[in-house]
Write a protein that binds this ligand. Sequence first.
Ligand SMILES: CC(C)(COP(=O)(O)OP(=O)(O)OC[C@H]1O[C@@H](n2cnc3c(N)ncnc32)[C@H](O)[C@@H]1OP(=O)(O)O)[C@@H](O)C(=O)NCCC(=O)NCCS
Length: 192
Amino acid sequence: MKTGGFTGSKSSDRTHGVQKMQIQTQRLVLRPIGMQDLETTYAYSADKDNTKYMAFLPNESIDETKEFLERCESEWHKTAPCFYEFAVVADGNHIGGIGVYLFGSKSTAELGWILDKNYHGKGYATEAAGAVIGFAESKLSIRHFVAHCDWENRASQNVMSKLGFFCIGCASGRKNRGSSEERKEMTFELYV
Ligand SMILES: CC(C)(COP(=O)(O)OP(=O)(O)OC[C@H]1O[C@@H](n2cnc3c(N)ncnc32)[C@H](O)[C@@H]1OP(=O)(O)O)[C@@H](O)C(=O)NCCC(=O)NCCS
C-alpha cells in the first residue's frame, strides 16, 4: 500500500500547519479542501450520474456545497478534528475529494471518496485512499477502517478490495439521495 509522504503538521502551529499540510503520492497531491475548491467540488458533487450511488449527494445547490466546504475548513482548523477532508489534486487540477471520519473511540475511522467523472479509471482513488490510510495510521493512530457503499457500486468495491478491505456484510435499507429506491449497502473493513 502506498502511503505517500506527508508535510505539514496537525500538532504544532495550527493555522500554519493546515496551510502547509499536504500528502504527496506518486501522481497526486492531497491537501485540505476549502472554499477555493467551490466550483470544482460543486461540479462533481451535483452531477447526478457521478453521485447516483451516494447516500448524501447530489448537492442540490452551490450553497449546499459551500456549506460543506465551510464545515471542512472549520474542522481542519480545530486542535483535534473529527474528520479530515482532502482535495485530490492531479497536475494542479482539483479532481475529487477523500475524507477520513473518526469514530468516537478515535481508533476507528470511516473513509469516503469521490472523483470527478472525467478522472475515473486511472487508479487515482486507490492511490489517494492508500495515502490517506497511511496518514490516518501514522498521524492519528487509526488501526481500523470501515467503508460503506451501494451494493452495485463496483468501482468503489474494487477500490476497497485493492486496498485490502474485506466485505463484512450487506444489508437492505440504504437510501441514496438521488433516488427513492430502497437499496442494499455493503460494509467493508480493514485492520492495519
Ligand atoms: C469510486 C471512484 C472514486 C473510483 O475511482 P477511480 O479512480 O476510478 O478508481 P480506480 O481507478 O482506483 O479503480 C480501482 C479499481 O476499480 C476498477 N474500476 C474503476 N471503475 C470501475 C467501474 N465503473 N466498474 C468496475 N470496475 C471499476 C478499476 O479498473 C480498478 O481495478 P484494476 O486496477 O484492477 O483495473 C469513482 O468511480 C467515483 O468517484 N465514483 C462516483 C462517486 C462514488 O460512487 N463514490 C463512492 C461512494 S461509496
